[in-house]
Design a protein around this ligand. Structure first.
Ligand SMILES: [Zn+2]
Length: 920
């Protein structure tokens, strides 16, 4: 039935250590692996072991006997016995171990699929690890604990925690290697075995959990009567190992570190002499060593291997290199390695390769890289990715000569050429978001005009329209030369404001269109009311229930795991044709239902974030970039500081009333569309259980949710600074917002940006309550203490400044004991404050407390004169030293310093004739 099972290259074997050949130093041609823990997908019971199926992207094994070829991880599984005394397949000098792990890899440098690789002598590589009874193994424990959920054959469960295959390997890296076969039918003779000498420890209890698995499926009866004879344990998965077979003429090589011998000077270099490749496929010792010595200098790392492939003249080699490039970014990427190897420059030239598939793979790989970090985007621009990228994009005419075609059998996937365009536009978008060079290059190209045409989603599809719109949104920000072009296409853009919103994708497209129009002043003024309605409608969708639905589906079972796509070791290999294999791989790459839902909810969150940002933009009072608005707030310190001149008059800062900056039309719309409430709804945290699930299994959605909350808080912050207390809903409503935010903040927010946005909004809200001390009557010392702790534990200067400002405002509202607590704290904190501008904020706010109240007793008891004089000296020194770093902040800080000098004199005058008890 399985003809190979009787062949000459069968596994396992007994390792007779006296007969193994020591074949060189590990260091010279090291075995190298990178595994992506997040890509271990699901644990399955196939009826004879447990097996973890892996998405092999980024999980690579190379070097050692595999030489330069890259093998990707397909799955790993385990063999064990009925007791701790046996269970391993390989034996060492006749001795069994309690079990044996197999990490199965296939040769992606030569073959297109696991199935194809398994049919060739150099197709597979298996890492074998012996299990020995001892301490429980922490990584195997993730598996052991899930085994009760996959008791029966066919059961499958998704791993709730990423499992790192690298942690399953022993510390000592010496290994034996020989050429062998799979140990389960069809026993294909395609495996390069690599067996680690050192076993890993696993506890008896963990092995017992393995032995509880059943080989029959849940619907079947146990194949025996369990009461008959317990000791045979029928139906349990045990003794699932194949006994050793003859090694025959095969060589068994042993590789360990020769370092010691070298130091002693006894190691001699083996003489190199090239031999013909052994036709039997056996590894030749000398050749292996030669590879090790000569090869290690040239191709030390996977990235260098990629470079070699990219520079090949063979299309398949290039695509293979590009695929590796696309997948290594999903693992722990060593960016500096990419930088050193010129790999980006070499890859980007392939954007205009003659071969369509090469262009497609290149655009995909570079797009993946551009997602990693702003720094990498900057580096890509440095490496001149833009020239070939813009050239590629220019090959797509907007006059109707090119239109994507969509495959109805493949979730409406685009043809490869159109998908290349989509990847390229997304790459351009990421580069434009990260660097002004990219933005300028795009701006100067003729693409802008074409791109407006591609917004027609009915012709070009939603994916292209969204990608193009994202580019246009970035390029239209503060960029007058783009406005001219965009203004010429007003009907195309405003048409999108009126599109039929049927799902989150169209919702996002409409929001993007509103954003683009909002960026172009001439279009904004003629479309303000439509845009405001669009903002309102976009914010109406309940993101909370969408997230609730999504989290009930998590963690997501990827499409790959459906039975018809399953390819694994231990199952007969089908003879699929090249085309079938291509089709299967394309299908395997299609997103699953869960992944589509993640994308859909992500778009809802993004659309709502864009809506909040447009509103911020519309209400923005300065010409500065609204996205960096949060940093701009502190420039107000100048105007605030001036009010300190009046510290001994009775003039209050007054509640915020200046509404002249927002037009009546906008203000009316904000009120009638209830935008403040809608924004407030988005700013609130989601339910704790939903949040926890996102933390555990959907980080990308969580990021979008946090970004939405930050943007809506900044928008509300902006509104607070520009509309009246009444338009915000009245003092009581504003007070409730302040309290709610405070509670969220003190429940421990982990995200710095959120914390900064929350405290900025709290500070702006509190400014509205300066005339309402009655609202704060219930505040206790504990409440104030919480805020003081907020300052103490805070490493972010912006957040610290927000707290200190709020303390200053509260100092104007609270009764004497609390005021004293605040002043004392502020003075002591200031003495240790590192940032001089934070110091200035704190002192400015503190001096405000004395604007309408002299608080003589506090001045005296706290020892203010001496402390303020001391701070005056500190400020003078810091101001001199940090002048340059302060930049725009310098005038405001300098004003506070001047005021502090006056304040010191004021304190001295006030206290000259003061006697304790005088006021009591
Ligand atoms: Zn196995």
């Amino acid at each position: 039935m399985f003809p190979q099972a009787r062949g000459q290259r069968q596994s396992p074997v007994d390792i007779t250590t006296s007969k193994t050949q020591h074949s060189g130093d590990l260091q010279e041609n090291p075995l190298r692996w990178t595994y992506v823990p997040e890509n271990t997908r699901s644990l399955v019971n196939p009826g004879y072991c447990w097996r973890v199926d892996v998405n092999g992207k980024g999980s690579l094994l190379t070097g050692g006997p595999l030489q330069k070829e890259q093998f990707i991880l397909e799955q790993f599984h385990c063999h064990w016995g009925c007791s701790d005394s046996r269970g391993s397949e390989h034996t060492v000098d006749g001795e069994s171990f309690a079990g044996e792990l197999h990490l199965v890899h296939w040769n992606q440098s030569k073959y297109k699929s696991f199935a194809e690789a398994a049919g060739h002598p150099d197709g597979l590589a298996v890492l074998g690890v012996f299990l020995k009874v001892g301490k429980p193994h922490p990584e195997l424990d993730i598996i052991a604990r899930l085994l009760p959920f996959i008791t029966h054959k066919g059961d499958r469960v998704t791993l709730n925690k990423p499992l790192d295959p690298a942690r399953l390997l022993p510390e000592g890296k010496a290994y034996w290697t020989y050429l062998g076969s799979l140990t389960t039918p069809p026993c294909s003779e395609s495996v390069t075995w690599i067996l680690f000498k050192e076993p890993i420890e696993v506890s008896h209890e963990q092995l017992e959990l393995f032995r509880e698995m059943r080989c029959y499926d849940a619907a079947e009866e146990c194949p025996c009567d369990e009461t008959l004879n317990k000791q045979f344990e029928y139906g349990k998965v045990i003794n699932n190992f194949r006994p050793p077979l003859e090694l025959g003429n095969r060589q068994l090589l042993f590789l360990s570190s020769l370092l010691k011998i070298r130091i002693m000077g006894k190691a001699k270099k083996v003489k190199l002499h090239r031999k013909q490749t052994n036709p039997t496929g056996l590894v030749d010792v000398n050749e292996l060593i030669e590879q090790g010595l000569a090869g290690s200098a040239k191709t030390g790392t996977p990235v260098e291997a990629i470079v070699e492939q990219l520079e090949s003249s063979v299309t398949e080699e290039k695509i293979c290199g590009l695929q590796s490039l696309a997948t290594i970014c999903q693992g722990d990427i060593n960016v500096s390695e990419l930088v050193e190897n010129n790999v980006i420059r070499i890859a980007s030239s392939l954007l205009v390769d003659q071969d369509q598939s090469v262009r497609h793979a290149t655009a995909g790989a570079l797009r993946n890289l551009s997602v990693i970090s702003v720094e990498l985007c900057e580096f890509m621009v440095d490496q001149d990715v833009l020239t070939p990228l813009l050239a590629l994009l220019n090959r797509y005419p907007s006059n109707g000569q090119w239109k994507p075609t969509f495959d109805k059998n493949m979730q409406n996937q685009m043809d490869e050429r159109s998908d290349t365009f989509l990847q390229a536009v997304n790459l351009l978008w990421n580069l434009c978001e990260s660097t002004s060079d990219a933005l300028n290059a795009f701006n100067q190209s003729q693409l802008l005009e074409h791109f407006v045409t591609f917004l027609n989603y009915k012709v070009y599809g939603e994916e292209i329209a969204i990608a193009v719109a994202q580019c246009l949104l970035v390029v239209s920000e503060d960029n007058a030369s783009s406005w001219r072009v965009l203004a010429n296409h007003a009907p195309d853009l405003s048409g999108l404001l009126a599109i039929d919103v049927v799902d989150n994708t169209t919702l996002m497209l409409r929001a993007l269109a509103a954003g683009i129009i909002g960026n172009v002043p001439v279009l904004l003024s003629s479309h303000t009311s439509q845009i405001l309605v669009c903002i309102s409608k976009t914010l109406e969708d309940n993101h909370r229930s969408a997230l609730g639905n999504l989290t009930s589906m998590l963690p997501i079972e990827p499409q790959k795991d459906t039975v018809d796509l399953e390819v694994a070791d231990d199952v007969p290999i089908d003879d699929e044709t090249e085309a079938q294999s291509h089709q299967r791989r394309r299908k395997a790459d299609l997103p699953s239902e869960g992944e589509l839902e993640v994308r859909s909810v992500g778009r809802l969150l993004q659309a709502q974030r864009i809506a909040a940002e447009i509103l911020t933009n519309i209400c923005s009072t300065d010409d500065d970039d609204w996205q960096s608005d949060s940093n701009e707030n502190d420039n107000n310190a100048g105007s605030d500081a001036e009010s300190v001149y009046d510290y001994d008059t009775n003039e209050l800062n007054g509640s915020v009333e200046n509404t002249d900056k927002i037009s009546v039309e906008v203000l009316e719309a904000i009120k009638s569309l209830a935008l403040v409430e809608k924004l407030w709804h988005k700013a609130q945290p989601v339910a704790e259980n939903v949040y926890q699930i996102l933390v555990e299994s959907e980080q990308s959605t969580l990021k979008k949710l946090d970004a939405l909350r930050v943007s809506t808080m900044l928008c509300l912050h902006n509104l607070c600074n520009n509309i009246t207390t009444d338009d915000l809903g009245g003092p009581a409503a504003v007070y409730n917002v302040w309290i709610d935010l405070g509670q969220q903040v003190f429940q421990g927010q982990r995200n710095e940006k959120l914390l900064e946005a929350s405290t900025s909004l709290m500070r702006a809200a509190l400014e509205h309550l300066r005339k309402n001390p009655e609202l704060f009557r219930q505040m206790t010392e504990n409440d104030v203490q919480l805020m003081l702790n907020g300052v103490i534990g805070c490493e972010d200067a912006e957040i610290r400044a927000n707290w200190l400002r709020m303390l200053g405002i509260l100092g104007c509202l609270l009764p004497e004991p609390l005021v004293k607590l605040i002043i004392d704290f502020v003075l002591n904190t200031c003495a240790n404050e590192a940032d001089v501008w934070v110091l200035a904020e704190a002192l400015d706010a503190m001096m405000d407390i004395f604007a309408d109240n002299d608080w003589h007793a506090i001045m005296h008891e706290v020892g203010m004169v001496a402390k303020c004089k001391q701070l005056d000296r500190i400020m003078r020194e810091k101001l001199k030293r940090d002048k340059r770093q302060l930049g725009d902040r310098f005038p405001a800080v300098s004003t506070v310093r001047t005021n502090l000098g006056r304040f010191c004199k004021y304190l001295e005058t006030e206290l000259k004739d003061y006697k304790p008890n005088m006021e009591s």
